[in-house]
Design a protein around this ligand. Sequence first.
Ligand code: NAD
Length: 474
Amino acid sequence: MLEYNNIFIDGQWVPACSGEFSTLVNPATEEAFARVPASHPQDVDTAVAAARRAFPAWSRTSAAERKGYIDAICAGLTERADELASLISQEMGIPVHFAKGIQVNGPIQGLSIFGNLAHTMEEERQEEGYLVVRDPIGVCAFITPWNFPLFQVIAKVGPALAAGCTSVLKPSEQTPLACFVFAEICEQVGLPAGVFNLVTGKGSVMGDALSTHPEVDMVSFTGSTEVGVQIAKAAAGDVKRVCQELGGKSPFVVAPGANVAKAIKYVVKDSMFNSGQMCVQLSRVLVHEDQYEEAVEVARTVAESLRIGDPTDRGTFLGPLSSMRARDSVVRYIEKGVAEGARLVTGGPERPEGLERGAYVKPTVFADVTNDMAIAREEIFGPVLCLIKYRDEDEAVRIANDTEFGLSSGVWAEDRETQLRIARQLHAGQVKVNGPAFSFAAPFGGYKKSGNGREWGASGLVEYTEEKAILLGG
Ligand code: NAD
């Protein structure tokens, strides 16, 4: 059993005030494999006080100095990449060979981009009669989810470090292990005490202490829309800045006449990745009526070809879902889809053959889905794809935008003009055209109930700053 006995506050490893611990369960085996402290809200006070004390000196460091720390943290993470991938795989089920790329090396690349952007904090804009400068916003509280445990942390801690902010992180209670490693690396590279602090525990216990703390200037949250709203309300009393990265129900428009085989192969694999537990999952696939049955057949073939099972096996595409609770919720949605009259093309609520233990769900494709069904409107957060029929491009765009979310979206078309014409009409923070890789430099964030604010790259850094105008008199 892996044991972490302390949390990281003010550059020290200290016991949580509660004296309590919580156990982590591997969703592939359903067995407990690690134990971490369950912090108490009082730990938030100590951590925020440390972050507040550290802020004046850290905010005055040069950009070059902050880049130096960020580069050293990147090197530390790179050295421990295999260990991180294994921990994340055990916490939340992603196959370990995928974890190394998207869960570890990707975020390291994103962090290094923030190091390279630190110098922009020293840029000033001279205008007629005034000067514009940027200050770091101050002490930040971070609350993150379990589906990309290190990725979501670096999306917040990275720009905070680059901007000159200090922070207190509370990761998901299901997936804190990579954060302990991150804190160990911060200690090892000599990051000044209090610049980064780690507390643990459940959101229901710790959340209010972070989002209502009078010494916290900004709260950045990634997770469900429901909790994001609660946090924004709690933070409103002190007029804190709140950044919310929330849920999604993203559309993928296969343009009329597009290469359906290529488009569907891409979207099935993309949407089943991480067992579909992605806020950006392209979960509603819109196909022209003339190409619809072809699309259904390709989706069936591709979904049935994806290997599901042991996340330590290099041949595995889908591991288990992150927990048995997550599995139950996804299975209920699959049953609901059948009850709503959608056509079950492949998959279903039963356990995959040969996997009697673990939070496994078969990759599931529904056809004849209409956009008013619950499976088309609500975030399922599992390996479930809905194929929706449309008659012309205008209808495709209308259905695509008929959602309360607006995080991601996708288009597949054969010519740039069609790609961009459709992309420009979609109401979402990102549009993926013909299957690009994730960009750690491009702005990322939601329209509508998918959130407020942007993460990653230059736009992500700006979120952590205040813009100041110095008006120049005589
Ligand atoms: P969640 O909202 O249940 O939990 C997220 C975090 O909030 C966890 O750290 C949790 O402990 C904490 N929390 C829970 N209740 C709280 C409360 N009352 N006050 C304060 N904090 C509280 O979400 P989850 O199940 O961990 O993650 C899945 C959700 O996250 C999905 O809806 C998904 O779309 C969303 N998500 C969004 C993005 C994005 O960038 N937009 C990325 C990943 C996940």
